[in-house]
Design a binder for this molecule. Structure first.
Ligand SMILES: [Zn+2]
Length: 674
């Protein structure tokens, strides 16, 4: 098979080619627009269907507490410095009008850098993002096309459009709406003769997100024509899942497309290199939900839940993700998940959460964001992996168990295996922050995903500030202060996670006995300055059964893993950062018992929330060595059924999955018979 790099280059006509910038090319320091004052969220305009939850404008939610420290770590790491050390988004970028990389990497970077900069109110980072925005807004061609010259691929423009929608919510810049209108007219005129293909065909829903965003602001009926055209040309995700073909790991031998296959495939595009591709699946999880706003079909609306269940059944991993070592890769906890897939799955579920209101999707967002997301960065966020493994006992140059990726895939570095994740990871934490609270369809507010933050919004014409003070997910207590500028009546909804045995909710110190419906408790009243809510979610640490009868351990939204002592070996310097291998210095091959119930030990939340040096919470369990469980090709062999045990029973101290970079998450169960 071709490598992914060759595959992508061939599919975009070599647009990735990078050459030196013209001598003397300089980029002016842009001026920054003022932030928009708090705005009421904008509901769907008819005939689009009504959503139970509506995203608050980007910038309405600011991180606090540990989440702010995490975003600051990102800003001080590659998140805020990538352009200084990686040519692909550097000063010669095609997305700055020069002759550097002109495909997806500039837009990916800005899609996360922009909200990060504004959430931290960091002018240096705002200016970095502003240059890309200014180029995009000021260089539109007379026919409406935006973006670098020399490439007209639809796909990277789908990403920069998402950045433009966030930018408009942050600044009200009057250039944005006319540029988007003109571009979408160009798409409407041009798509019939130059239809969606390859990546753009699979990811059409990301284009549709911005089309519907604009429709809600302009009411231009032509945008609904464009929506229908995108859906007609786009990949039919629902068809794929109606008779799901990828029930086993998809090896390169399956990545063969014949004309006969293409003619008979019901989806119209049987290329498994695209339809089994992990990142496409992450993005495709929102396809039916986005389209449901147009189709008004309840099956579309709920389809993400079915899609997730099918992915879980055949490819689910204990960190909340599905495996994809380029292509869907089965349920072995030694398999990998690509970082792009982690952040795209999060974004898709955040969108689908608003469309469906499903509290279960919010549970899943937390599981991925509080485990798989931090689990694939080092403490400083100067390095990341392409692939992370739940059972990750060594990170080295090895072939690994990957179905389609290269030998550097689980290194920690600048751009191990391939640079898409280097450009794309930036959206993970900032977009999670933007999704912590949403407006309810009845005009109230909903706490959707829990983390420390401050919300400023408008409810029934009244300015309302919400302060959420919590160390969740490391603790299960949440304090919420409600500060309206004047008394105002609305319903405040609180998500009740499915894992809790009891939700103890107090209003101004008095217990409330609230009926729960659909995974939410709802408080309707006149809110006054000084009102406060206290929530305690009861949680008992639990053993969860997985692949080959293995068990993993969870408490609240956190997954726990056995940390393996790590020896970091520098492989090569990479500009301001470096590529690293990690070798194990302690035993990792253990079986574990679900009994007795794991003992929970709490410690302070450190400056680095997910660090093995200062884990905020531990679980103590009992385990026993499995001496025959070995490594193969640089990874743990698949978790054995039961496993032959030897030696004495030991206490094993687990920490949050995101903290250690070498870890064992799925254990052979000591209760299981061989
Ligand atoms: Zn990637």
């Amino acid at each position: 098979m071709t490598t992914r790099r060759a595959f992508i280059c061939s599919s975009i006509g070599g647009a990735l080619a990078i050459s030196a910038a013209p001598a003397g090319a300089e980029i002016a320091t842009p001026s920054l627009p003022s932030p928009s004052p708090p705005q009421a969220p904008i509901a769907n305009r008819a005939p689009l269907s009504r959503q139970p939850l509506i995203g608050l404008p980007t910038g309405a939610i600011k991180p606090a507490g540990w989440l702010r420290r995490q975003l600051e770590i990102q800003a001080h790491g590659l998140g805020g410095h990538l352009d200084e050390t990686w040519e692909d988004v550097g000063p010669h970028s095609g997305w700055l009008g020069l002759d550097g990389e002109a495909w997806e990497r500039g837009p990916y970077f800005i899609d996360g850098l922009l909200p990060l900069a504004w959430q931290l109110d960091d002018d240096v980072l705002k200016r970095k993002a502003q240059r890309f925005i200014d180029f995009t807004l000021d260089s539109q061609r007379p026919n409406g096309l935006i973006g670098p010259k020399g490439s007209d691929d639809w796909w990277p423009r789908m990403v920069i459009l998402k950045a433009l929608t966030q930018y408009h919510e942050l600044t009200d810049d009057p250039r944005v709406i006319p540029v988007m209108r003109k571009y979408f007219q160009y798409q409407l005129d041009t798509l019939p003769s130059r239809p969606l293909r390859d990546w753009g065909m699979m990811r059409w829903q990301d284009n549709l997100v911005s089309v519907l965003w604009l429709y809600n602001r302009t009411g231009d009926a032509k945008l609904l024509e464009l929506a229908a055209l995108l859906q007609k040309q786009g990949y039919r995700w629902r068809d794929l899942f109606s008779d799901f073909p990828f029930t086993n790991p998809v090896y390169p031998s399956a990545i063969t497309v014949t004309a006969a296959l293409r003619a008979t495939d019901p989806t119209g595009m049987p290329d498994p290199a695209q339809s089994a591709h992990g990142v496409n699946h992450g993005m495709g999880l929102k396809a039916a939900a986005v389209w449901s706003l147009v189709s008004n079909d309840p099956q579309d609306r709920e389809f993400a839940i079915k899609q997730l269940a099918i992915l879980d059944e055949y490819h689910g991993l204990p960190n909340g993700m599905f495996s994809c070592s380029e292509f869907l890769a089965g349920r072995s906890p030694s398999q990998g998940s690509e970082l792009c897939t982690v952040v795209e799955t999060l974004y898709s579920l955040e969108y689908a959460l608003a469309v469906t209101g499903s509290a279960l999707l919010a549970d899943r967002i937390e599981k991925i964001a509080y485990n798989a997301l931090p689990g694939t960065f080092d403490d400083t966020m100067w390095t990341h992996q392409y692939l992370q493994q739940p059972n990750q006992v060594k990170c080295s140059v090895s072939t690994g168990p990957w179905v389609g990726d290269g030998p550097e895939s689980n290194l920690f570095g600048l751009d191990p295996n391939f640079g898409c994740c280097t450009a794309n990871f930036h959206q993970g934490w900032p977009k999670l922050t933007s999704s912590l609270w949403m407006a309810s369809a009845n005009g109230g507010l909903t706490a959707t995903v829990y983390a420390p933050c401050e919300v400023k919004t408008i409810v029934s014409g009244v300015g309302v500030t919400i302060r959420e003070d919590t160390d969740y997910p490391f603790r299960h207590h949440i304090g919420i202060a409600v500060e309206p500028e004047s008394p105002v009546t609305f319903e405040l909804s609180l998500r009740i996670p499915a894992w809790t045995q009891a939700a103890d909710i107090k209003l101004n110190g008095s217990p409330l006995h609230l009926p729960q419906s659909g995974g939410y408790a709802r408080i309707s009243r006149e809110w006054k300055a000084g009102d406060s809510i206290d929530i305690n979610f009861a949680s008992t640490p639990r053993a969860v059964e997985g692949h080959n009868g293995s068990i993993s351990f969870e408490d609240g939204p956190l997954v726990f893993a056995l940390p393996i002592e790590e020896e970091w070996r520098k492989l090569r310097v990479q500009g301001l950062t470096a590529d690293w291998e990690i070798y194990p210095k302690s035993d990792w091959a253990f079986a574990a018992s679900a009994h007795p119930v794991p003992k929970r030990v709490e410690r302070n939340v450190g400056d680095i929330p997910f660090s093995r040096r200062t884990p905020p919470v531990l679980l103590v369990i009992e385990g026993q060595p499995v001496p025959d469980w070995a490594q193969q090709n640089g990874s743990a062999m698949d978790v054995p059924v039961a496993g032959k045990r030897a030696g004495t029973l030991e206490k094993l101290v687990l920490m949050p999955y995101g903290a250690p970079k070498l870890r064992l998450t799925s254990f052979p169960s000591m209760e299981q018979k061989t």
